[in-house]
Design a protein around this ligand. Structure first.
Ligand code: T1G
Length: 713
């Protein structure tokens, strides 16, 4: 697998040094993550056993170099089948557990996963103000497999331990001190503080192993006897095993083991559960997502270029998108000027900004002062001249080419030569816009997803003449804005929307064949795991938007078989915004989609007119037709080099459209099903088969393997 540090980082990834008083310091120095790979584990076991055998050593301190302790086991190693004598984090913690010495973890920065589990195996833990601790294994479809479920439960109680591990959340130093996870938060050097702690405890309490404790429920007023009830409740709170909850249920079983078994048996149960997970399809999918996300910024064959520094920004248009984009820049510490001619629109924009920051203060995410400062970094003007010095300007005006061309002609005239001009368009041609400027090399698409200050996905659209420096700057800006930024070539719908149009077409076809929207949504959400079904999504994003796109680009949407969308548009059945769409929204909770017989009648009428007879369709076919539509067009986008890698398309669909991460994204899912099986079904549906998909099927290959052979990957 790419990414990460499967290699050994520094010259000596595990260093030892002796301090006065018989204290041995073992330092992890394996950049960039101080990951505890198989090889590093073997070196750690050697170092621990050597310290244990050395009578001059009274205590051992573990430390991490580079300002972090360790991001955990090396995820790259999961693809490597361990042999009986492979050393993993499990053998490292076992070596500490059997050693008679006193162990202290000196945690200057972040300790996650196996790194935190190593710290939990120690007798004491010292942190710093920067310390962050977490067991995020669940995000990889795993559970902490080196004693974390047994030790954390014994240390902070089952309730808090489950909460922390099911969410994979990270806690800070103060919280960890309060919970008794840290014994001290050092003001200065954590290793020196750890050495001082050794001197304080070595004579009185040299050994304080968590494994010797008994786990408590940690629920006020509930004794251990109630643990079956608490465990049963926990199982009810997580998704079903078949739909994203596979690891969560095993994690709960592991915590239950900590409550009912002694440490050794609990550890054995945890190992068995971990082994089930590490080989599971959901975990393989989530590991793929982890690395695919880290590939995004790597643009093959791009000449090296220095990213420009973006110190100030401009946004054209104070609508919802423009305001959301402005907030995104402000949150990243980049002052931004919003250009808007209409005063009442400026007022609405200000209300949105201040309302959002006030909400953050209420939620305790921002202090009043931080909110005020952020608010001050956004200003509203009507004169383009205010943008003369901006490093980048993003337009977010009405989705019409003439309007956008007018904006860019004006910007080209007022902005300094180095200013990068960007369009937030979701479907229009970037090159056509760039052509009205004298700076096509500094022109790029930045397609934010609504709401722009919340959605992490950003599509960076590379024009034919976008320069390497502009593209490099945009990729770096994506990171600065804390976005998941995917590079797309300039083509209709870019990556996400282009794939969505085929998905939407098949959803409407199923509707025309008499399948109720609520059934289609239920299957895609509850059986397959989408965050939201297609029709609830159309109602949220606006049926009018769907109609506009269908008007402009029927070709891309495939032939329109009925006038359903036209009639819905004419009847203002535009979705949530008009209270009626594919559902009605007249219940007490105005956002709850309710089946609407009037829609059913409209669909039946139009389908009859088009001569489309109702069909009985299985749930499986619903999933296949919607998911395979994504795969088929996704393969075309790869062959046309609009998307760089299948993993990029997976990330777009997971972050932008709610595709279930435990299936890895549409292109990963194709390999789960088997490309030949996908092609066979696509042919049965009578669709045009993507030639790339056909070729991979004929070779019995996989999309994942094929991606390595992409000319441009
Ligand atoms: N293994 C290998 N490489 C890792 C890594 C890991 N655990 N964590 C990070 N990297 C690489 C990453 O690929 C990137 O490499 C570089 O470090 C910087 O990371 C037994 C079995 C901590 C939130 O799940 O979530 O321990 O691309 O770009 O954005 O129970 O890294 O530069 O070549 O992500 O600041 C549990 C995974 C493992 C944490 C920081 N640990 N890492 O994000 O930097 S399983 C995790 C993260 C385990 C035990 C079990 C993030 C981060 P490159 P980055 P970042």
């Amino acid at each position: 697998m790419a990414g990460g540090n499967g290699h050994l980082g520094a010259a000596a990834p595990v260093r030892t040094a002796d301090r006065p008083g018989g204290i041995r310091v073992i330092t992890l120095d394996n950049p960039p993550a101080n990951a505890i790979s198989y090889a590093v584990s073997a070196l750690l076991v050697q170092a621990i056993d050597a310290a244990d055998a050395d009578s001059a050593v009274r205590a051992v301190i573990f430390a991490g170099a580079g300002g972090l302790f360790s991001y955990g086991a090396d995820i790259n190693d999961f693809a490597i089948e361990p042999t009986p004598d492979t050393k993993t984090v499990r053998e490292v913690t076992a070596a500490v557990e059997r050693s008679a010495k006193t162990y202290v973890a000196a945690i200057e920065g972040t300790a996650l996963g196996g790194g935190f589990e190593l710290a939990l195996t120690c007798d004491y833990r010292v942190g710093s103000a920067k310390t962050k601790l977490g067991l995020p294994e669940i995000k990889l479809g795993l559970l902490p497999g080196a004693g974390g479920t047994q030790r954390l439960t014994r240390l902070i109680g089952a309730q808090d331990a489950l909460q922390m591990m099911l969410k994979g959340e990270t806690i800070g130093a103060e919280d960890a001190l309060k919970k008794g996870i840290l014994d001290e938060v050092a003001a200065g050097d954590v290793v020196a503080a750890a050495a001082a702690l050794v001197e304080r405890v070595i004579g009185t309490a040299p050994k304080r192993r968590i494994s010797a404790r008994t786990a408590e429920l940690g629920v006020a007023g509930l004794g251990l006897f109630a643990f079956p009830f608490v465990v049963a409740q926990a199982h009810k709170m997580v998704p079903p095993e078949s739909n994203g909850g596979f690891a969560a249920h095993k994690l709960i079983d592991a915590v239950a083991a900590a409550l009912e078994l002694d440490f050794a048996h609990g550890l054995a149960r945890e190992s068995r559960l971990f082994e089930e997970l590490i080989r599971s399809a959901p975990s393989a999918a989530l590991q793929h997502v982890f690395f695919a996300e880290r590939q995004l910024g790597k643009i093959p064959n791009l000449p090296p270029a220095e990213a420009l520094e973006i110190k100030t920004a401009g946004v054209i248009g104070a609508g919802t998108m423009g305001t959301g984009i402005a907030i995104t820049f402000a949150n990243a510490g980049i002052p931004v000027v919003v250009i808007e001619p209409a005063d009442e629109q400026i007022e609405r924009s200000k209300q949105m900004v201040f309302g959002m920051f006030a909400h953050q203060v209420q939620r305790g995410r921002l202090t009043q002062e931080q909110a005020w400062k952020l608010g001050q970094s956004i200003s509203w003007e009507s004169d383009y001249g205010e943008l003369a010095g901006a490093d980048i300007v993003v337009e977010a005006v009405f989705e019409n080419m003439d309007v956008k061309k007018e904006v860019f002609a004006k910007l080209d005239a007022v902005c300094k030569p180095a200013t990068i001009l960007a369009s937030n368009t979701s479907t229009l041609d970037i090159d056509e816009m760039a052509a009205v400027t004298k700076r096509p090399e500094q022109f790029v698409g930045l397609h934010f997803f609504a709401p722009a200050n919340i959605m992490k996905l950003l599509e960076i659209v590379r024009g034919a003449r976008t320069s390497p420096q502009t593209l490099t700057t945009a990729v770096k800006l994506g990171k600065t804005l804390r976005k998941v930024a995917v590079v797309s070539a300039n083509a209709f719908g870019f990556i996400g929307n282009r794939m969505f149009f085929d998905y939407a077409r098949e959803a409407v076809y199923l509707l025309e064949e008499g399948i109720p929207p609520e059934r289609i949504d239920r299957v895609m959400k509850e059986q397959f795991g989408f965050a939201m079904g297609p029709f609830a999504t159309f109602d949220l994003s606006g049926v009018d938007v769907f109609w506009h796109i269908q008007q402009e680009r029927t070709a891309a949407l495939g032939e329109k078989r009925t006038a359903i969308i036209d009639r819905m548009y004419a009847a203002k059945r535009w979705g949530q915004k008009t209270g009626l769409g594919f559902y009605k929204y007249d219940g007490p909770n105005k956002r709850e989609p309710l089946p609407d017989p009037a829609l059913t009648a409209l669909v039946a009428e139009e389908a009859a007119k088009a001569g489309i007879a109702p069909r009985s369709v299985t749930d499986t076919e619903i999933v296949e037709r919607l998911a395979y539509a994504l795969i088929n067009v996704g393969a075309d986008l790869l062959e046309a080099e609009i998307a760089l890698r299948p993993g990029d398309e997976d990330i777009v669909y997971i972050y932008g459209y709610g595709f279930p991460p435990h299936h890895g994204g549409p292109m990963w899912y194709a390999d789960e099903v088997g490309v030949a099986n996908v092609v066979a079904r696509v042919k049965e549906f009578g669709w045009r088969v993507s030639p790339l998909l056909e070729r991979i099927a004929q070779r019995g290959g996989t999309i994942a393997a094929y991606s390595k052979e992409f000319v441009h990957a």
